[in-house]
Design a protein around this ligand. Structure first.
Ligand SMILES: Cc1cc2nc3c(=O)[nH]c(=O)nc-3n(C[C@H](O)[C@H](O)[C@H](O)COP(=O)(O)O)c2cc1C
Ligand code: SF4
Length: 446
């Protein structure tokens, strides 16, 4: 079996891996030293050559995003780290924050130097209490050792880092909502353009990057852009921390090259479907991604190949469902999540997520009508592409893909008039009964 790699995850299981002492023993901060010996533009070119893609969900090339930031401005520029990690099924950033915070700080020095930002924020999920403590302690250590501050790494470059707890809503992970929340306002998305690179935090040019994206930078500068690009697949450099959860024997975080076959992740690294059962379906990129059925898993996990297969890599949250999975219940859980988390600004999203959840809830209670399936498809297709942010699309995709791939099961459920709820002891569906654990496997594979 090909072994999972350990570049990003090298210190996840090392005693004291979160401390500066251990980080330095592992060549810590050498990548940033190399980057700061270059011109900022050359740093951006090196990141472009590495084929690093944003690992927060969208997969946008990181170096290209940085090159949109104006070189000269009369206002400050900012770097903001998205450590909100709200996508159900995704729990990788937590490992970096908690077990390897200096990799993030070193990456932030490189990114801030490249765009010439002197202030950076880490916007971290409020529930991540232990990771937040570790990040704060690492930032203090970095200040105390002259790694950041007035003279970053002893050079004539000032960088301050502020750790900011998140506001506790999924939508605060969307970059414009995150910036509003960071400014002290409501965490609600804004229309783009303008993009944050032009008008972001406090209306100033801002780069927003995911934790894992930034944690790749020390590796790129220590080992070279080519080394990083060669690890992955075409136009998808490096490795990715895949979060494997659901009905597998060995759920957890696996660091594998971009382009790894989905089948290999589930059956070789994950040990296969739990209890030797048959596979029914897989969600490859967190709860927002379109579902694949068991016949569709021969696809490679990178942004381009998985998109060609009609779904998305998202933030790398692979959720496995075995043959016992009730698709009506699975969709009930997803629809409840999206209904709860819509920020309510756009009518198609606010009303659409409510409609969808009410119709699926009725179905789950044994009162569904055959026309409900087309109604759901109609409502969801009217949500796509009509809103301020892509949350509405993300809410529509599970509906469309579950019905498309498992229509017969939905029809059978409606015809039988069976109530899922009647079989539940508490008389209602609760997240504990969910097929998709809301934050699956955060503590797994420790
Ligand atoms: C509803 C929604 C939630 C999101 N949540 C997160 C999140 O928790 N973490 C994250 O890094 N990106 C999240 N994103 C993506 C960010 O908007 C943004 O693309 C990302 O932080 C950019 O970093 P990257 O280029 O390094 O991936 C979310 C996007 C949407 C639409
Ligand atoms: S699509 Fe939904 S979550 Fe996004 S801004 Fe509109 S209402 Fe808010």
């Amino acid at each position: 079996m090909p072994k999972p790699l350990n570049h990003l995850s090298a210190r996840f299981h090392v005693n004291g891996g979160h401390t500066l002492k251990v980080y330095k023993e592992c060549h810590g901060y050498e990548g940033a030293q190399k980057a700061m010996a270059m011109q900022p533009d050359a740093v951006i070119e090196e990141v472009k050559a590495s084929n690093l893609r944003g690992l927060g969900g969208a997969g946008f090339p990181t170096g290209v995003k940085w090159s949109f930031v104006p070189k000269t401005t009369s206002v400050p520029k900012y770097l903001v780290i998205n450590a909100d990690e709200g996508e159900p099924g995704t729990f990788k950033d937590k490992y970096i924050l908690e077990r390897d915070p200096h990799a993030l700080i070193e990456g932030m020095i490189i990114a801030a130097f490249a765009i010439q930002a002197h202030k950076a924020y880490i916007y971290i999920r409020g529930e991540y209490v232990q990771p937040m403590k570790r990040v704060r302690a690492a930032v203090e250590e970095a200040y105390a050792n002259g790694l950041i501050g007035e003279k970053t790494l002893g050079q004539d470059f000032k960088l301050d880092i502020v750790v900011h707890p998140g506001a506790g809503a999924y939508i605060c992970g969307e970059e414009t909502a995150l910036l509003s929340s960071l400014e002290g306002g409501k965490g609600q998305p804004k229309l783009k353009p303008p993009f944050p690179a032009i008008k972001g935090l406090f209306d100033c040019p801002t780069v927003v990057n995911n934790v894992e994206t930034i944690a790749c930078l020390p590796l790129i500068f220590r080992n070279g852009a080519k080394w990083f690009a060669d690890l992955g697949s075409e136009k998808n450099g490096g490795t990715h921390l895949f979060c494997l959860s659901g009905h597998v024997e060995r759920p957890g975080v696996y660091e594998l090259p971009m382009g790894t076959p989905l089948r290999e992740l589930i059956y070789e690294h994950g040990g296969g479907v739990r209890g030797g059962r048959d596979l029914k379906a897989v969600i490859p990129g967190g709860i927002s991604a379109k579902i694949l059925n068991a016949d569709e898993i021969d696809v490679n996990l990178d942004y381009d190949q998985i998109r060609a297969a009609g779904t998305m890599l998202g933030s790398g949250g692979v959720i496995v469902m075995d043959e016992t999975t009730d698709m009506v219940r699975a969709l009930w859980v997803a629809s409840r999540f999206f209904h709860h988390e819509s920020c309510g600004q756009c009518s198609p999203c606010r009303e659409g997520t409510g409609w969808i959840h009410r119709v699926i809830d009725r179905m789950a209670r044994g009162m569904g009508r055959i026309g409900d399936l087309d109604l759901l498809l109609d409502v969801s297709s009217n949500m796509e592409g009509r809103t301020i942010c892509v949350f509405a699309d993300a809410a529509a995709w599970p509906v469309q893909s579950y019905i498309e791939k498992f229509r017969a099961e939905f029809e059978e459920h409606i015809r039988s008039g069976r109530s899922i709820i009647a079989s539940e002891s508490k008389g209602c569906l609760t997240p504990e009964h969910a097929v998709i654990p809301a934050q699956a496997g955060i503590h797994l594979n420790d």
